[in-house]
Design a protein around this ligand. Structure first.
Ligand SMILES: C[S@@+](CC[C@H](N)C(=O)[O-])C[C@H]1O[C@@H](n2cnc3c(N)ncnc32)[C@H](O)[C@@H]1O
Length: 171
């Protein structure tokens, strides 16, 4: 038995990045999973929503179905953020729609206190010092705001924190 042949081509770094983001777009915007999570957040039609660690904004594209208020994402990775308008155009061709994304750190969210009614943070907290990030989220959230937090375990399996949809009451 001969060894299986390797393909003669190899993806460039940009190719790998695009493959990853297209896959995430497929998973997050076209499957039910994200809508179950967003349903549990009980987003109102004019709620301001922030996604911390929004990457290319795919979760926010799904969120824009729920609210016509401010839909905003923040991420440290400029390369991912640069893809956000591409996915937005792919998702809603010809329309000037949210989400809007900004480069920034989850450790110092570039927003005013109490600016958001809902906060989302998926598969990001486990890479960060969660206590500090949660404190930042707390600051930018309205009284009675809600957060959806999802982490993956260090073993790579998906695990939802038991109280992911519990209320994170601002001061
Ligand atoms: C695994 S990705 C998850 C992306 C997206 N939330 C999702 O569900 O697919 C983690 C994201 O956290 C971002 N990130 C890491 N450290 C950060 C920080 N200090 N501030 C803001 N974003 C950060 C990364 O750039 C990356 O886009």
């Amino acid at each position: 038995m001969g060894r299986s042949k390797q393909p003669a081509w190899k993806l460039t770094s940009l190719g790998r990045t695009l493959t990853y983001h297209l896959h995430e777009y497929d998973v997050q915007v076209r499957t039910d999973q994200i809508y179950q999570a967003l349903d549990s957040l009980e987003i109102c039609s004019d709620d301001a929503v922030l996604d911390v660690g929004c990457s290319d904004g795919q979760t926010l594209l799904a969120t824009a179905r729920y609210s016509s208020g401010l839909i905003m994402g923040v991420d440290a990775d400029l390369e991912a953020l640069r893809l956000a308008p591409v996915f937005k155009a792919m998702h809603s061709p010809g329309k000037k729609l949210p989400p809007w994304v900004a480069q920034g750190s989850a450790y110092r969210l570039p927003f005013s206190n109490y600016q958001f009614d809902r906060v989302i943070c998926q598969v990001t907290l486990q890479y960060l010092y969660a206590k500090r990030v949660l404190a930042e989220m707390h600051l930018v959230m309205q009284y009675g705001g809600r957060a959806y937090l999802r982490v993956t375990s260090l073993m790579g399996g998906l695990r939802r924190i038991p109280n992911t949809t519990s209320h994170l009451r601002a001061k």
